[in-house]
Design a protein around this ligand. Structure first.
Ligand SMILES: [Fe+2]
Length: 492
């Protein structure tokens, strides 16, 4: 247990702990690179910007240790133009980072536990804006689920400031995983702990294509669960309460924000897309944890959700659980699972579609909130020979294309025995109308050289390998999530 009454002297160097070691070592590089080196040929039709956001600790945490999720957000931008690629990266200048830079030392303590912060920053935001780069209504947003979005200039990456949809969003938090309906441009998002630390309040918003809030629903969930992602279908929205649970007393005592509680069920709060609190129906399921879903669709009142889903929390962070059980790496391995919920009948079903460790599921965004057939994800493909690949975040060294109609992997590419991958981003071919016809942009972590390569793959024929390999002259940290913004949108 850590406590603000214990005021440790912040370390002046990054200590030798796993979160600051190997590939997780802070990179901390803000850079501008003109004309990255390329092997092969970048397709000329790839014109636009790839944004990626991830944690990269600016300073060693004052407590001498930390978790990956707590690093300062660093935005990366690859600008593609006529077969050439330039690079820029900038920190998101959060209130936390500005205060710590001014003090030249870490002031904020454990992940989402203000009771471990230096007393001089009491009441200040410890939000790190480190999870997801998202583009909507011409705005580039750096998202982290414990705070409001931070807007950045999409060309210079200068931080503009907190974005609350022109004052319309009063939730204290906004998810890092909003959903957009490409048919209407509507933007769906929520905040949990919406009224403050460890509260059960959830705020749900719909913004139109111009960023105007057109719908808002507040409700109290069954408990304060770690709700990292949610799904929207043609007719419904589903909020999954999964039993990694926040408890204010534990947090006040300096404990972890999240603890796995296998005595609680998973609870799905389901309501119509533009529903009211009174229209919410709950469906129960065994304890499960999912960071990410591919997508979801509904057929009448039956809702189908595909995701990367485990029977426990994916990392030792939330353990021992409330019953004193230790982390179980097998039960906590995320597999591709399909959930079937029924809003009218209140039923739950589950099947394993792909019994392999899988994370960072993505789809062709043109099908988001509708029915998709194709998904892409990183898989622990086996054959890893470098210990850091084995023990890095899930050891994900293979990218797969999954066909939900055939219920099988239809194409895949192994990044290599000494490599792992970061989230792939799908870019549709310029004239590619069919689902999944386009390119995947994927940042490979090369553990043998400790450098990164951005590879461009044909999304239909992954096994053909990279069409182009864009080389970064230094290692960057793990990013969590990114987005592709076509040139015509990114330059107004
Ligand atoms: Fe995520």
């Amino acid at each position: 247990m850590l406590n603000a009454s214990v005021s440790p002297q912040p370390p002046t160097r990054f200590p030798d702990v796993p979160v600051y070691s190997g590939w997780c070592s802070p990179s901390r590089i803000e850079a501008d690179i003109f004309e990255l080196e390329v092997e092969g040929e970048v397709p000329a039709e790839l014109n636009g910007r790839l944004y990626q956001l991830g944690p990269d600790p600016q300073l060693p945490n004052r407590l001498g240790d930390d978790v990956l999720f707590n690093g300062d957000g660093l935005m990366r931008m690859f600008t593609f133009a006529d077969g050439h690629v330039d690079y820029r990266s900038r920190y998101v200048l959060t209130e936390k980072l500005k205060l710590e830079r001014a003090a030249r030392r870490s002031l904020f303590g454990a992940y989402r536990n203000p009771y471990t912060d230096d007393l001089t920053v009491r009441g200040k935001s410890g939000g790190t804006a480190n999870t997801s780069a998202y583009f909507h209504n011409g705005k580039l947003l750096a998202l982290k689920e414990d705070s409001l979005p931070v807007e950045m200039d999409p060309a210079t990456l200068e931080t503009i400031g907190l974005y609350d949809f022109d004052g319309a969003v009063t939730s204290k938090t906004v998810t890092a995983h909003p959903r957009t309906d490409p048919r209407t441009g509507e933007h769906f998002f929520f905040g949990y702990e919406a009224k403050g630390l460890a509260t059960r309040d959830v705020a749900y918003y719909v913004a139109d294509a111009h960023g105007k809030i057109i719908h808002e629903t507040w409700f109290e969930g069954p408990y304060c669960g770690f709700m990292h992602d949610f799904v929207v279908t043609d007719d419904y929205v589903v909020f999954p309460f999964m039993p990694a649970v926040a408890d204010l007393d534990r947090i006040k005592a300096g404990g972890k924000h999240w603890q796995w509680d296998p005595t609680k069920d998973t609870q799905f709060a389901i309501m119509p897309r533009y529903g009211t609190t009174e229209e919410i129906r709950y469906v129960s399921a065994p304890p499960r944890f999912a960071f990410h879903f591919f997508n979801a669709h509904n057929d009448g009142t039956t809702i189908t959700i595909d995701g990367s889903i485990a029977e426990g929390f994916h990392s030792p962070y939330s353990y021992p659980d409330t019953l004193g059980n230790a982390f179980d790496p097998v039960a906590s391995t995320p597999l591709v699972r399909r959930w079937t919920l029924d809003y009218a009948e209140g039923t739950f079903g589950e099947e394993v579609l792909l019994p392999e460790c899988t994370e960072f599921p993505v789809i062709d965004d043109r099908f988001e909130t509708g029915t998709n057939r194709v998904g892409f994800a990183l898989v622990r493909g086996g054959g890893q020979t470098h210990p850091d690949v084995m023990h890095g975040p899930l050891g994900l060294n293979t990218i797969v294309r999954y066909d939900f109609e055939k219920s099988q992997v239809v194409s895949s590419y192994v990044l290599g025995a000494t490599s792992s991958g970061q989230e792939a981003i799908f870019v549709p071919r310029y004239d590619g109308a069919s689902e999944g016809d386009g390119y995947l942009l994927l940042l490979a972590n090369r553990y043998d050289t400790m450098l990164n390569e951005l590879i461009v793959l044909d999304a239909v024929k992954l096994e053909d390998g990279p069409i182009a390999t864009v080389k970064l002259p230094f290692r960057v940290h793990f990013a969590f999530h990114g987005c592709w913004v076509p040139q015509y949108l990114s330059e107004g």
